[in-house]
Structures are given as structure tokens and as C-alpha cells.
Design a protein around this ligand. Structure first.
Ligand code: FES
Ligand code: FES
Length: 154
């Protein structure tokens, strides 16, 4: 089996996997980074969202060979003490219900706020519409995104 070296949360990691192995399974099964979740496996639900080269991507549909050039950031690498502004806002507003979708929601939010500092509700709806929550936490997510924007502004 071939070996690949990728950069995850600013660390070089080497794994031996088939060339078509999706990043999601590299993260979860080979690197033990289980904060990134499997939902649909087809790029539809957004639960597997991580960042690659500063942009949100769906790790279930990208093979390892497509993410070898830049840094991958997972929920585990977002902050050292869970004190990223988005994480702070999420805790303050007690956003999660079952929690399953929330790392995808948080990673998508970080991406949104890196591109739009103070998003409107319409911006939020557009950016987040593809990240599904079976528990329906959408209104708390929207409030938390506004709160995170204000924390980041300080
Ligand atoms: S698990 Fe990747 S988009 Fe659903
Ligand atoms: S909090 Fe349960 S799926 Fe979103």
C-alpha cells in the first residue's frame, strides 16, 4: 500500500492507505481524529467539514491524494483550549443538542467568518444551508454565529 504524508493541524503525518481513501477515513481511522463526523458520505450533509488551505471542504468526498499540498485543520486543531471565538460562542449559547453535526457546523462557521466578518442572516443562511442538523439547532447556530462575529471584533 502506498504511503502519503499530509499536514494535519500543522503536524506532518504519514499514513499507508489506498490512493482513493477519503480524507475523512484517514482522519478518523488512521489519525484518531474522531471529532470529524461521518454523515452521508456523499458530500451532502456537511457533517464531515474540515479546512484545507483555509477553506471549508467535505472530507468524505476528497481522496487523500487531493489534499497533500496544504494544511488540513480539523476541529481538534481549531484552538488549544477550546477558546476559538466560534467555540466560545457555541458554549455560551449552548448550541448543540445531540452534538453529532456540530464540528461540521463550527468548521463551516469559521470559514464563513474568515470571509465575511459580520454576516447577515441571509449570509448565514446561504453559507450554512448545506450543513444539516437533524436536531434542528439552526436558530441557535445563527445566534451563535452573530455572537462569534462580535467576539472576533473585540
Ligand atoms: S459525511 Fe461528508 S458531506 Fe455528509
Ligand atoms: S445537534 Fe444533533 S444533529 Fe445537530
Amino acid at each position: 500500500m502506498p504511503s502519503y504524508t499530509l499536514t494535519v493541524n500543522a503536524e506532518k503525518r504519514t499514513v499507508s492507505v489506498d490512493s482513493d481513501t477519503p480524507l475523512l477515513w484517514v482522519l478518523r481511522d488512521h489519525l484518531g481524529l474522531t471529532g470529524t463526523k461521518y454523515g452521508c458520505g456523499r458530500g451532502i450533509c456537511g457533517n464531515c467539514t474540515v479546512h484545507y488551505q483555509g477553506n471549508a471542504i467535505r472530507s468524505c468526498v476528497l481522496p487523500i491524494t487531493s489534499v497533500l499540498e496544504g494544511n488540513i485543520v480539523t476541529i481538534e486543531g481549531l484552538s488549544e483550549n477550546e477558546n476559538h471565538p466560534v467555540q466560545q460562542a457555541w458554549m455560551e449559547l449552548d448550541v448543540p443538542q445531540c452534538g453529532y453535526c456540530q464540528s461540521g457546523q463550527i468548521m463551516a462557521t469559521v470559514d464563513l467568518l474568515s470571509k465575511i466578518k459580520n454576516p447577515t442572516d441571509a449570509d448565514i443562511n446561504t453559507a450554512m444551508q448545506g450543513v444539516l442538523c437533524r436536531c434542528g439547532t439552526y436558530s441557535r447556530i445563527r445566534k451563535a454565529i452573530h455572537r462569534a462575529a462580535s467576539i472576533q471584533d473585540k
